[in-house]
Design a binder for this molecule. Structure first.
Ligand SMILES: [Zn+2]
Length: 101
């Protein structure tokens, strides 16, 4: 008995490089809920199930850079977000260590 049917693997589009990838190769980012007038930060969602709008990203410096440069986060989250700390996390290697499990 031979079957070619692949198991169902949900796919998402990376907000940085815009390539479609299985969601287990991407990390999910969500926008924190911030009071009015405060620019919300983008936070990792390691469980992938936090409420609200999410963005998917390869856990790679190049994709984060592209997402920030091209305004991919602002588009995904329908507004300005603070991504400065993400770049810092990445420089501290926390970014990939946290998510590249
Ligand atoms: Zn990417």
């Amino acid at each position: 008995m031979v079957t070619h049917s692949a198991p169902h693997r949900p796919e998402r589009t990376c907000v940085g490089c815009h390539q479609v990838a299985p969601r287990d190769q991407l990390v999910r980012l969500v926008r924190e809920s911030a009071p009015g007038g405060v620019i919300p930060r983008v936070l990792p969602d390691p469980t992938g199930s936090a409420m609200g709008r999410g963005a998917w990203l390869h856990p790679e410096a190049s994709c984060l850079e592209l997402a920030v440069k091209r305004g991919g986060f602002a588009r995904s989250f329908r507004g300005g977000v603070d991504t400065g700390h993400l770049v810092q996390d990445l420089e501290n290697s926390d970014f990939t260590r946290t998510w590249n499990r």
